[in-house]
Design a protein around this ligand. Structure first.
Ligand SMILES: [Zn+2]
Length: 555
């Protein structure tokens, strides 16, 4: 790094500890192997904390900082370099003087000759040189160097591109066709694309699934062979839809705590239910409205989310606002008890947004929906570029619907159970709770998750027979009712035990054998689905259509 004009004779250099969009302190400076500073002569660097260095220099002389970073973690939030590619994510490789973060930055890349292509959303100034308006833009613009497949396409006359790294069974024309549908639908919600061009970096890596949003691009990581199976492919398109929605929500409309950022520490917000919940609600809804999911598939997805929410004891413990605030130490750092103590702001956030959407449609007699709120948020953002707080959110909501939404506030700040039945009935649909197969009705249940290989307990769910009887995480299950069990016979034994049977577990806990009696209860419902009622009213059909953009008979 070369600093032409050091701003002061004493400078503090910092390296980010986290990357926006992923709320975990990752201590990127742990990968700095060596660092040195030089003007006409070597300058001493003093490390002042985990991510900062201080130095004294001559303001009138160019300052050079040389450093080596270890980059070998292939995720959308980190950097990775091998003989085939360099995947560079700014937060994990760049250092900056704290007082010069707003200045223009030039990036020049020297690469092996056989690496033909450089892809980035940074402004190109030469074949291997780029410029960022400031440090935020640099951090927000991944750089991919090495061989890659470029797929160009236009949507509404704006340039878009897939940058594919790796090979797999993806069908290029199908991918472009479906992505176009998603982008057109998203465009229709906001009436513009807020960029000159947009890139999807698509990294194909075995069994991986994830994404990270940026202002003018997104990074997706996904299984190379996951494009043929319909359900898998729909899940992938959900990722595309999710990350693309962030172009508007999070990268522009955002909680005021999320930009400008302090890269050196946690940036706390209670509003990830807007940042991620609202986005997670719209990612699938857009697939439905773009006819990538049919109504039945979409309703099944909602039912699946409700099932997950209702069967998670932590939903009764942690509020949505707290889940957001503590994402740094809880959501991103789960342990064996997370299922009992926390709830995802993606999951519950999207379900609360579903209820909100339905409430708006009902209260406005189908003249408005959550889409109208998006547009108001978007117009407000365009005026001043500022972030929002919770009060702003609810006042915009009032503006479009002329209503208050105390119930939604309650859903955000308390653990009161979400009431789906009341909203669903106005839309002519009902939630049905059942078993995957009929026989399960009589099967026993105790409330643990086990690791099948080691037969050790991974989680004990709160308020279940397992918890009440004293079974613990890490207990190794050896026998039940004096019979040795492995993963298969364990399943069978539990299944065959009717509800209200007492099972005598023999477990090994820290090398001691213990006998623990557990009384089974009946299995909770594990298959939720949503169906249309038989004889809907005209109003129910109208609300349904407003919500899904599909006729009642399309289901
Ligand atoms: Zn997201």
């Amino acid at each position: 790094m070369t600093i032409d004009k050091p701003k002061a004779s004493s400078l503090t250099l910092i390296m980010p500890t986290w990357t926006p969009g992923s709320y975990l302190i990752r201590e990127f400076s742990k990968n700095i192997i060596s660092i040195s500073a030089k003007q006409k002569k070597i300058i001493q660097l003093e490390k002042i904390d985990k991510c900062s260095w201080r130095l004294n220099c001559n303001k009138n002389e160019t300052l050079s900082i040389s450093y080596t970073v270890y980059a070998f973690e292939k995720t959308v939030r980190t950097s990775f370099v091998d003989q085939h590619e360099a995947m560079l994510n700014g937060a994990s490789i760049f250092i900056i003087p704290k007082t010069q973060m707003e200045e223009k930055i030039e990036v020049s890349i020297s690469k092996p000759k056989q690496w033909k292509t450089i892809s980035t959303s940074l402004k190109e100034t030469g074949k291997t040189s780029f410029t960022a308006a400031n440090f935020d833009e640099l951090i927000d613009s991944p750089i991919q160097v090495g061989s890659q497949i470029i797929i160009d396409f236009e949507v509404n006359n704006v340039k878009h591109q897939y940058v594919v790294i790796g090979t797999g069974n993806l069908n290029k024309s199908q991918l472009v066709k479906d992505t176009t549908k998603i982008l057109e639908k998203t465009y229709s919600l906001f009436n513009s694309f807020p960029y000159k061009s947009y890139k999807f970096f698509l990294h194909l890596e075995n069994n991986m699934y994830g994404g990270l949003e940026h202002k003018n691009c997104s990074s997706l990581i996904y299984d190379p062979m996951g494009f043929k199976n319909k359900k898998d492919y729909q899940r992938f398109l959900g990722l595309v839809s999710h990350e693309f929605f962030h172009v508007y929500n999070v990268k522009r409309i955002r909680p005021k705590e999320l930009g400008p950022f302090d890269y050196t520490k946690e940036n706390y917000t209670q509003l990830l239910w807007i940042a991620e919940g609202l986005t997670s609600y719209f990612d699938d809804l857009i697939l439905c409205k773009a006819n990538i999911l049919n109504a039945k598939e979409y309703l099944n997805r909602i039912a699946f989310s409700i099932n997950t929410y209702e069967n998670q004891p932590g939903a009764q413990v942690q509020t949505l606002a707290d889940s957001s605030f503590d994402s740094w130490i809880k959501f991103y750092r789960p342990n064996e008890n997370s299922i009992n103590a926390s709830i995802s702001y993606y999951l519950k956030g999207s379900l609360v947004m579903l209820i909100l959407d339905m409430m708006i449609i009902k209260k406005t007699k189908s003249s408005k929906s959550l889409e109208n709120l998006l547009l108001v948020l978007w117009e407000a953002y365009k005026k001043n570029g500022n972030g929002i707080n919770e009060k702003n959110f609810f006042s915009y909501l009032k503006k479009i619907s002329d209503s208050n939404f105390e119930l939604i506030e309650k859903y955000i700040h308390t653990t009161v159970s979400l009431d789906f039945d009341s909203v669903f009935k106005d839309f002519g649909i009902e939630l049905v709770k059942a078993y995957k197969n009929k026989n399960e009705k009589n099967e026993g249940y105790i409330g643990i998750l086990i690791d099948e290989r080691s037969m050790k307990i991974k989680s004990v769910l709160n308020n279940t027979p397992a918890e009440e009887s004293g079974l613990n995480v890490n207990d190794e299950i050896i026998a039940i009712n004096s019979r040795r069990v492995d993963s298969k016979s364990y399943e069978k034994t539990i299944k065959l035990a009717d509800k209200s049977k007492t099972l005598k577990f023999l477990v090994s806990r820290r090398s001691n054998l213990l006998s623990i009696s557990v009384k089974t209860i009946s299995k909770p419902f594990n298959h939720f689905y949503i169906r249309q009622i038989k004889s809907p009213t005209e109003e129910q059909k109208l609300f349904y259509k407003k919500w899904l953009g599909k006729d009642w008979s399309d289901a």
